[in-house]
Structures are given as structure tokens and as C-alpha cells.
Write a protein of this length. Structure first.
Length: 312
């Protein structure tokens, strides 16, 4: 009978002969907890493979030895690819994240003892787009007027929970908890509902959402997707959202193409900060791993700073 220690050791993947970046990437795809998920749509894995293919094309198929992967080499070929493909700094940083994740996976399984420092491009602090609550009401009204009642539900739900689109698409009836005085949603915590930051959190249900949620959950099985299979397609959500946004843009010149579905999440954070909710509470509710991400919503609501114009 195998010893207890041996049973634990057997769970680790066998050490592969990983000598170049191509082999390292394939190992990461097979063993990374997100990249290796077998599901019909795995955007993170698809993006990682696209980034690796772009690097292979740039290097004309020549594999890069791991021992050659220095900070300078990574910086040099990233800069060249960035110019070649006309990437923004943000796109280049996503490419660098794929390389970083590959190395971290090798570290996790003791295939390397250290990894190169991977320098990111600095992204300037800019304005975060958001909707007012009145604009959300009008958005939902337009969706209803065009026979898109389910889209109106989705927009209202996203704006008043601050959940990411992927989190909303994965929500099931069993994630809603009505046992406490304040109903809430369980977000993450299971393989099926994995969040972007791999965390678990509870998000309270705003009173405005209760009638809609009760209507949707009425007669649903615990494992049913709350918004159904139709809305599990992220491209469909974006397409239908953008269609209604087009009508909004005709009526409200403050709405631009920069107002995307994810702007609903930014709106939630902005509203919470404006209402006086402590930044750390907003961070926890929104599932941010870094408080600096949450603090950008403070800049959207700096009324005191703006009002000082008339202080003299």
C-alpha cells in the first residue's frame, strides 16, 4: 500500500523537460487552475494562446530558451511586438501578464527556482466612465420599449450589484440567500462560479432588485442559471447592450461608445463612494484585490474639490 506521503506526491504533475518558453507555456496551459479549465468558453485561456501565438510569429517560430528570458529580452521583444501590432500600453500589459503567469506556474510546480522581473507599462490615471442612476432608469426604459425586457433586467442587476459580466452569467438560483434580514448573493467559491480574482464574497441585494429577482427565481431549480443560457454568451450581451446604447446616444450627448456593459460596474462603485460607503467596504463588495482599483471611483465623485471653484 502506498504511503500517505506518496499519495500527496503523486498528485503533483511529473516534472517535465521544460527548457524553452514554448514548452513552459504548454505546461502552464495543462496545469494552470484557470487556463486548464475544460469549458466551452474560456476567454483567459484563449487570450493566453493568442498572446503566445503572436510571440511565436514575431520570433519566426524559433523557441526562446528559458535561460535567455531576461528582463531586458522580454522588454525588447514586447516593445517590438507592441509597435508591430500597434498595441496600447494596456494591451501590452495583458501580453506581459501571460508571460508572467507562465513563469509563476513553473515556480508553483518547482520547475524553476526564480523568474525574471517583468516590467509593466505605466498606465496614466484617467477618467472612469459611469452612468447616473437616472441614466440607468432611462436605459432600462428604452430596453423595455424595444421588447428587450430581459436585457433591462440584466442592466439593472449589473448596475445595482456591481458584479462583473462573467460573474452574472454564471449565477445560479442557489447563489441567492434570503435567510437573513438583508438578502445577499454568494459570488464565487465554487469551480463553476470562479471569479476573476479567485475569491469568494457576499454582495447584498438592493431593494430595487428584489421584485425582479423573485420574479426570475419563481419556479427555478436551484442549479438553473439565473439569466438563462441565452445570456451566457458575452458577445450577445455586448451586442444587445450596444444596440440600446445607440438609442441612448441620440438622446443624451454625455453617453459615448466608451460606455460599455462594464461601465455598469463602474457606476456601482461610483454610487457607493458618493453615498459615503467606506472605500474598504466597496473594495470587499466589488472583489478588488487592490484598494487602488477601488480608489479610482473616488475621483468620479470629488464634488468638494470641484465646488472649491467658488470658494474665492
Amino acid at each position: 500500500m502506498a504511503s500517505k506521503l506518496q499519495s500527496y506526491l503523486d498528485k503533483k504533475p511529473a516534472k517535465a523537460a521544460v527548457k524553452n518558453l514554448d514548452q513552459a507555456f504548454e505546461f502552464a496551459c495543462a496545469n494552470h487552475p484557470v487556463w486548464s479549465l475544460t469549458r466551452e468558453k474560456n476567454t483567459q485561456a484563449e487570450n493566453a494562446r493568442r498572446h503566445h501565438k503572436q510571440l511565436q510569429t514575431h520570433m519566426e517560430g524559433e523557441p526562446i530558451p528559458l535561460k535567455a528570458m531576461t528582463t531586458k529580452l522580454i522588454k525588447d521583444f514586447t516593445e517590438d511586438i507592441k509597435d508591430e501590432l500597434e498595441w496600447t500600453d494596456n494591451s501590452a500589459n495583458k501580453f506581459l501578464s501571460t508571460i508572467s503567469t507562465t513563469f509563476k506556474c513553473l515556480l508553483r510546480y518547482d520547475l524553476i527556482t526564480e523568474m525574471p522581473v517583468i516590467l509593466r507599462y505605466g498606465t496614466p490615471e484617467g477618467r472612469t466612465e459611469w452612468f447616473t442612476q437616472q441614466q440607468i432608469d432611462h436605459f432600462c426604459q428604452l430596453a423595455n420599449n424595444h421588447g428587450r425586457t430581459e436585457l433591462a433586467d440584466l442592466i439593472l442587476f449589473a448596475a445595482y450589484t456591481g458584479l462583473r459580466q462573467g460573474e452574472i452569467r454564471k449565477l445560479r438560483a442557489w447563489d441567492f440567500d434570503f435567510r437573513m434580514e438583508q438578502p445577499f448573493i454568494h459570488v464565487g467559491g465554487t469551480p463553476e462560479s470562479r471569479t476573476k480574482t479567485n475569491n469568494y464574497r457576499q454582495v447584498g441585494l438592493n431593494d430595487r432588485l428584489l421584485p425582479m429577482v423573485h420574479r426570475i427565481l419563481d419556479g427555478a431549480n436551484p442549479s438553473d442559471l439565473v439569466f438563462g443560457d441565452y445570456w451566457f454568451n458575452r458577445q450577445r450581451i455586448s451586442r444587445e447592450f450596444n444596440n440600446i446604447r445607440g438609442f441612448m446616444m441620440y438622446e443624451d450627448d454625455t453617453i459615448t461608445k466608451g460606455h460599455v456593459f462594464h461601465t455598469l460596474r463602474h457606476s456601482y462603485g461610483t454610487w457607493q463612494i458618493a453615498a459615503g460607503t467606506p472605500v474598504m467596504h466597496v473594495k470587499q463588495t466589488m472583489g478588488h484585490s487592490n484598494v487602488k482599483t477601488t480608489e479610482r471611483y473616488v475621483h468620479n465623485t470629488m464634488a468638494a474639490v470641484v465646488n472649491c471653484a467658488n470658494a474665492i
